[in-house]
Design a protein around this ligand. Structure first.
Ligand code: 9B3
Ligand code: ZN
Ligand code: ZN
Length: 433
């Protein structure tokens, strides 16, 4: 009896402690902070580099400026220190996500597929192992239309597989390329690549638009361009962005693959500091992942007309250039394509996407894959930033996957149809919208 009372007392005592810890924000949290003065900007730059935080937005502390929102992931163990520091400098913050751990748990739950769960495979996030398994199954189940092509391997020697969807054998067929998951923590991106493949295979000859697209173009899909980083976000650090190659000089890990391409490489908007989140690498294409993609596209540049790279978050349809404020020669055409795609998303999904040249719409940033592909000669080149605009950020709940992918899909179809229209005289009449 005494023991039971004691145990109950203990239980009572500890439940109060954990309640108090929770109230003081001792979960991993995401804060939204808008610095008002240069001093506050400097404090934030310090906080985001010195503490165990992860900057969600902007991509690097160098872009923090007055009157623009900063989204900062703050792990529980730094929470008090960071909040005290903000308070000392009279910096106000809002809590965007009060309990990030809960969301992370939600995203990795029942990955292997509980047969009783009501969501489909495509409405969940998948571990790297599951993605590889899915690639295998997809190819085996569609032997006449899907091929897997090994284009290279990652720095930790994981294979980089591209799926080639070829729904008919017309001669001299053009092609489009989609890559997902350059950045490890942007989980909605690989989810979109899987979604797109499944939709293409399932709705060919059902949906007029996808039929017209696939009749005129083969599709190359790289579901995870950065498998090492993706794996690392599942096992160790959900907020990891770069790949996992080791820098000899500093011991820091990771190159930002979207700063490693040969397009005004490592100029303003990238960093030559290996510990930075936007480290450009030792030289252009120094990383096996970017080199594999660049080699593949170089050897297929005559057929590939449309390049697309999927990222998150912030809801933007971007096209070159990001690496300079100069306009590309076909700026007007790309702008109109993005505009039409954004209008469709607004009409069908009541959601807003910004669109425009990267440098003017998001930030000046060199070394990106879309700019490089454009310079290679792929004149229809885009980067999509999918949902959301910061409510959940990189931790978009699985229940949002379907909407996020469907709206991106409508944008892809809209642009792909225009590319088909512009790059070949169609043998079928083009579809009516
Ligand atoms: C960046 C560059 Cl360098 C580019 N060419 N196109 C898009 C972006 C934005 C993404 C990035 O790498 O920072 C957003 Se996550
Ligand atoms: Zn990204
Ligand atoms: Zn992004």
């Amino acid at each position: 009896m005494i023991h039971l009372t004691f145990a109950l007392l203990l239980l009572y005592y500890y439940s109060h402690i954990s309640l108090r810890l929770a109230q003081r924000g001792l979960h991993d949290q995401v804060l939204s902070i808008t610095p008002k003065t240069q001093e506050q900007v400097d404090v934030l730059k310090n906080v985001s580099t010195q503490y165990e935080t992860a900057l969600w937005q902007p991509a690097s502390p160098q872009f923090i400026k007055e009157e623009t929102q900063v989204h900062l992931f703050v792990p529980a163990n730094s929470s008090e220190t960071v909040k005290d520091l903000l308070q000392t400098h009279a910096i106000t913050h809002e809590v965007l996500l009060a309990n990030a751990n809960e969301l992370i748990e939600m995203q990795t739950r029942n990955d292997s597929g509980d047969p009783r769960s009501s969501t489909t495979f495509y409405e969940r996030y998948h571990s790297l192992e599951d993605v590889y398994d899915w690639i295998n199954r997809t190819q085996q189940d569609n032997p006449s239309t899907v091929k897997t092509i090994l284009i290279g391997s990652s720095s930790e020697k994981r294979p980089l597989y591209v799926l080639k969807l070829s729904l008919n054998n017309r001669p001299d067929k053009k092609a489009m390329w989609i890559d997902c998951g350059i950045h490890a923590r942007e989980w909605i991106a690989p989810a979109f690549c899987l979604w797109f493949v499944q939709y293409s295979l399932g709705f060919y000859r059902q949906n007029q638009d996808i039929t017209h697209i696939l009749d005129n173009m083969d599709v190359y899909v790289l579901p995870v361009m950065n498998p090492d980083g993706y794996q690392y976000t599942w096992t160790t650090n959900r907020m990891w962005r770069k790949n996992r190659s080791v820098s000899k000089s500093s011991g820091c890990i990771g190159v930002d693959l979207n700063r490693n391409f040969d397009a005004n490489w490592c100029t303003e908007g990238a960093s030559n500091e290996p510990c930075s989140e936007i480290y450009c690498g030792e030289f252009p294409e120094s990383e096996p992942e970017s080199q594999a993609v660049a080699d593949f596209l170089r050897s297929h540049k005559d057929s590939v007309q449309f390049y697309l790279s999927i990222h998150s978050y912030s809801q933007m349809l971007l096209f070159p250039y990001s690496c300079t404020l100069e306009e590309v020669e076909n700026h007007r055409v790309l702008f109109e394509m993005a505009e039409e795609a954004a209008q469709k998303i607004r009409r069908y999904y009541k959601n807003t996407y910004k669109y425009g040249a990267g440098a003017k719409t998001i930030y000046l940033a060199p070394g990106g894959s879309d700019d490089w592909a454009y310079k290679l000669g792929i004149k229809y080149s885009f980067t999509f930033e999918l949902q959301d605009r910061g409510r959940y950020g990189f931790l978009l709940p699985p229940s949002h996957i379907s909407r996020a992918c469907n709206e991106a899909l409508i944008a892809v179809k809209t642009i792909a149809l225009r590319v088909v229209e512009k790059t070949q005289a169609p043998t079928n009449p083009p579809p009516t919208f």
